[in-house]
Write a new protein. Structure first.
Length: 318
């Protein structure tokens, strides 16, 4: 099923043509629980991975900040129980007993062994216009350690770009970590890539343009530009929001170019009023849909250098 973001009521570049320099195409992924295969773009699904390439592991041991460790299977089962009970006023006795047994934390010693990273997302070039990555690649993969890290408030990630024709012998079953923090384990989701025009976050526009847009909004009672920009949710490309930090310019540590958004793990796919909810979905669909919950409900971004995919990427939480 396709997902269609409701179009904005009119084209704001008719009023402010200079905004054309501050817009770009984003690909909203619209992840929904499902059963993707490694041949699909997905969130939390199986990755197309060469069998002869070692699976990435995290060996940070004591460097982990541990909250509550659960087996991945226990997280999945407890989510099933919560989902089944969602439209009832309470759990059954059996559900309550099962939840109690599932929520017994796993021993912390488990993290002293190398912990396999888990698939967060993979995106095929065919699904993303302007796919960003080395020219000969057609698949982008994001993995992260499923545990908190003491020295950072965000997941520890690794990124891979692949040329799928080179993968003649794919890995059949990825290793699974013995324990995870629930908030970092995504549900397996199919995605519904939709290409949509995105606009730069209001406070990142040139000051004089901000002032003119504000004056125009006041005068006409026109749309709130902020509402129209920095599309929320899981997306590839487009513009990040700076709702937590306020505007900051992130530059590449290799070449000093301003970094741009590569990939967004959005906390919510739409706002409380349902703005950004696709036409095909009910607004009361529970969100976050992927099961990911970073910090106190933050968006989490991977920024990259537009000059070269070989330059270091940078995570940012907002
Ligand atoms: Zn780790
Ligand atoms: Zn650079």
């Amino acid at each position: 099923m396709v997902r269609t973001t409701p179009p904005r009521p009119f084209d704001i570049t008719d009023v402010f043509p200079e905004l054309r320099e501050h817009r770009g195409t984003t690909t909203r992924l619209h992840p929904r629980t499902g059963t993707p295969t490694s041949a699909d773009s997905s969130v939390g699904g199986p990755l197309l991975w060469p069998a002869d390439e070692p699976w990435p592991m995290c060996s940070d041991g004591d460097g982990h900040f541990l909250d509550k460790l659960m087996k991945p299977a226990a997280v999945r089962r407890s989510r099933e129980i919560y989902e089944a009970a969602e439209h009832r006023s309470s759990f059954t006795d059996e559900e309550r007993a099962e939840l109690a047994s599932l929520e017994v934390p796993e021993p912390e010693e488990l993290v002293h062994r190398p912990v396999p990273l888990i698939p967060v997302a993979q995106v095929y070039r065919r699904d993303v216009p302007g796919f960003i990555g080395p020219d000969d690649t057609d698949l982008f993969q994001v993995l992260w350690c499923p545990l908190g890290h003491a020295d950072e408030d965000a997941p520890k990630i690794e990124l891979f770009w692949r040329h799928t024709a080179d993968i003649t012998r794919p890995l059949q079953t990825a290793p699974e970590p013995p324990a995870v923090e629930e908030a970092y384990l995504p549900n397996a989701c199919v995605v519904h890539p939709e290409h949509f025009v995105d606009y730069r976050y209001f406070e990142m526009l040139p000051r004089d343009l901000q002032a003119r847009i504000s004056a125009w909004e006041k005068e006409t009672g026109g749309p709130d530009y902020s509402k129209w920009s920095a599309v929320p949710g899981w997306k590839v490309g487009g513009f990040p929001s700076f709702r937590m930090s306020g505007p900051i310019s992130m530059t590449c540590e290799t070449c000093d170019t301003e970094m741009s958004l590569l990939f967004a793990v959005g906390h919510g796919e739409w706002d409380e009023a349902g703005y950004w909810c696709p036409l095909e979905d009910p607004v009361d669909l529970s969100d976050p849909l992927t099961g990911i919950f970073i910090g106190r409900g933050f968006d989490w971004y991977i920024l990259h250098c537009p000059v070269s995919p070989d330059h270091p990427f940078s995570p940012m939480m907002q």
